[in-house]
Each structure stands twice: as C-alpha cells, then as structure tokens.
Design a protein around this ligand. Sequence first.
Ligand SMILES: Nc1nc2c(ncn2[C@@H]2O[C@H](COP(=O)(O)OP(=O)(O)OP(=O)(O)O)[C@@H](O)[C@H]2O)c(=O)[nH]1
Length: 314
Amino acid sequence: MSDTPETPKLSWWRRLSGGLKRTSSALGTAVADLVTKRKLDRAMLEDIEDVLLRADLGTEVAARISAAVGHGRYDKAISADEVKTVVATEVEKVLSAVAKPLVIDTTHKPFVILVVGVNGSGKTTTIGKLASTFSAEGRKVMLAAGDTFRAAAIEQLKVWGERNKVPVIAGAQGSDSASLAFTAVTAARDDNRDVLLIDTAGRLQNKTELMVELEKVVRVIKKVDATAPHAVLLVLDATVGQNALSQVEAFHRTAGVTGLVMTKLDGTARGGILVALSEKYKLPVHFIGVGEGIDDLAPFTARDFAQAIAGIES
Ligand SMILES: Nc1nc2c(ncn2[C@@H]2O[C@H](COP(=O)(O)OP(=O)(O)OP(=O)(O)O)[C@@H](O)[C@H]2O)c(=O)[nH]1
C-alpha cells in the first residue's frame, strides 16, 4: 500500500467525479442497458435522449448529443463507452465556451465584486475562499457583510475575515444593506484595497423584496463608483438541479450577473444543470466549489467537468 499523499489535483478530481457520480452512474447504467445486444436505430437514439434529459443536460444539448451518437452509426452495434465519449465531447464543447477565469481589472481600485444567490447556496463560504485566493495572489482584500438579514451570516463572514486576516465591514443585524455596501466601497477606496467582496442576503420576507433590495444595493454602490460593481457573481448550489435555471433568470434580470460559481460539487450533485444553463444563458463560469474548506475552490475547467459527467476517468 502506498502512503504517498494525493496531489491537490488528484484529490480535487476525486471529489468532483465523486460528486457527479450519481449523474454519471445513472447515465452509464441506462446507456449500457440501451445499447446491449441491439443495433442503433431511431428508437434507441430517442431513449438515449431521454436518459440525457434525466441527467438535466437540457433539450438542446440532449438532442445534439443523440444526433452526434447516431452520426454514421445506424444499423451498427455501439458500445456504452462510445456513447460516453460522445457525451463528454459534446458537453465539453458547450462548457468550453463559458469556462472563463475571473479577471480582476486592476484599473478599478477597489475592484468591487457583488456576490449573489439564494439562501444556503454557498455565498459566504465562496467569499471566504475567494478572499484566500486573492490574498495569495498578493491582492489587498476587504469583505462586506451585506447579508444584514441574518446575524449568523454576519458572524460567519467575520470568521472568514479573521481566517484570511482581511478586514470585514459589518453592521448590526437588520441594518440597511445598501448603506452598508456604500460604507464598504468608500472604506475600501480610502484604504486602497484591491478587491472588495460584498456578501448579500439570500432570503428576505419574500423573493420580490429580495430583488428590490438587491437592485438598491447595486444602485447605491454606483453612487460611490459609477463603474461598480465590476463583477456580479451568482453562486449556485449544484444539488438543486432544475431550480438553478429560475435562479439564473431572476438574479440576472435584477443584478446583471457577470459570472457563475457552482458549489457543492463534492456531495451528491446534479451538475448536468450547469450544461443546460451554459447552453441557454452563456454566462461565464469562473469557479466550482468541491468542499467546505478554504482551499476547496477551483477554477472551472470544461474538460474535467465533461469527463466527470460522462463518467470517464481523467
Ligand atoms: N460540501 C460543500 N459544502 C459547501 C460548499 N460551499 C458551501 N458549502 C456549505 O453550504 C452551507 C451554506 O453555505 P453558506 O456559505 O453559508 O451559504 P450562503 O449562500 O452564504 O447562505 P446564507 O448566508 O444563508 O444566505 C455551509 O454549510 C457551507 O459550509 C461546497 O463547495 N461543498
């Protein structure tokens, strides 16, 4: 037995492919059942398309994959591995178009990043991880506890601030989040910070109120710097599946989302939805979260994700 520690890359891949196992196993088993002892025909392709839809890949991508599987293979035997390879190839094509790093434009000081998403999606944790990443790059970071609705969210952000040794601008629970954002952008500018990460509420009394508040936060930030926020990151929980589509719709309309972060890809994720929403909205995907720890945020790479979904060893 080897006691060589796993490389970060390997342990990260293991968690991603493990998290997407539910999707990849279901897909692998269903495809194997369909192709065994049969030659490819229209009915088989329709069945394959259904399997892909159940994996949350969306109608357009499912149709495209099934057409690619059929291409030149009618009346021939096909293996499950061949189908998986086509799935990985087609999914990678969709994701390659959106896999983009988050670029910090240093002409903005501070570069203001507003982090939005529903309650529990992983906003605060992602901010903590991003603060660590940016600090390691030598940037001066500041955090703002804009989720003034929940006392625990404020405390949680303070803990991440201490862990990263970066200042946190926070108010009392129930205080106005837009005015907190105003204070934070001003403080970050006065303190010559490179990056300001602003947390926001994921839940208020109702969805309309949440969106109204978010609009106000954006409006007020612009009073300090008309070009801000410079990035609006929507944090999506990979376990919610189809629900992610309506979240993208709502937050994009309200806050002008510039990029996505998908979290909880280490658990029992339903990551296929990232393919469907990449096809539909074409928003950049910057990072994925594969755990609760400070280092468990990785830049998004199309190939790894596509192979993990298809259940192909990287
Ligand atoms: N397994 C796993 N858990 C995560 C990941 N990201 C966040 N979490 C956990 O998900 C839970 C919710 O995360 P938060 O960061 O508090 O989510 P939030 O969006 O800020 O939630 P509110 O503050 O309630 O609006 C916490 O228990 C986190 O530790 C991830 O990538 N993987």
